[in-house]
Design a protein. Sequence first.
Length: 273
Amino acid sequence: MNDFAEEVSRGGRFEFGRNWRAFLATVDEERIAEAGLSLRKMLGVGDLEGRSFLDVGSGSGLFSLAARRLGARVHSFDYDPQSVACARELKSKYLPGDQSWTVEQGSALDEKYLESLGEYDITYSWGVLHHTGDMWKALGNVCRTVKKDGKLFIAIYNDKGMRSRLWRRIKQAYCSGTAGRLAVCGIFLPYFFLRTCLACLAAGRNVFADYGRERGMSVFHDWSDWLGGYPYEYANAEEIVNFIEQRGYTLTRIKTTEYLGNNQFVFTRKVGK
Ligand SMILES: C[S@@+](CC[C@H](N)C(=O)[O-])C[C@H]1O[C@@H](n2cnc3c(N)ncnc32)[C@H](O)[C@@H]1O
């Protein structure tokens, strides 16, 4: 049994790749365009022509595909073998035989592996480093993958104190086995569904459909990802900014949340460092 399978079997890790596999069927041109738009907006660019792009924890591969479509040379990796298979599947469907997009299995915690990749114009790691099991080590590692004057685009779960601690317990219960998963889904999926139906009524429009407009994601897959996403760590925005700035970066753009979701950051690596 490899490390990944062993972690899953002892209840220490959610199988994101399984969820991404189900999500793949929903990927279409509209979602790819939304994913591309989210990259362009946060990076403040029109395209990524001539840039190198490292996708750390590439999940479905949607953002690697979007970056490639924007003109970047892309390297994607993920720890979960099924996520890796998903990115490869997207590649063979949308860009078969493309020489400028590589996909492989690797871990953000593996310093030797990251070192072997060299430095990129853009390192992108959205919603990943808090799921590695050692967020601060993973953050330190990705800081070393960016060229001078290059960009580091990360998203990390916000720290909401007791609520974050409680959610860690819930996610742990989900991953503990079939009974835990059924209990967590049995309680929270109907609750999320009802809450979204009420939001539709209040807004007078289909909020379920609106969801796809956020980074090209899908509401049902995001719910599963949220309920099961373990290991789970979090930090407040200030802690992240301090940590990354101490490693030779300046903050370029930030988008914070008041809730339990992700704070998003784009940092620029200082030229002199
Ligand atoms: C919530 S998903 C985000 C995927 C993608 N970045 C996105 O924005 O859609 C988290 C991903 O991080 C991956 N992951 C978890 N631990 C990792 C590690 N140590 N190294 C690389 N990827 C990891 C998971 O397998 C999963 O595909």
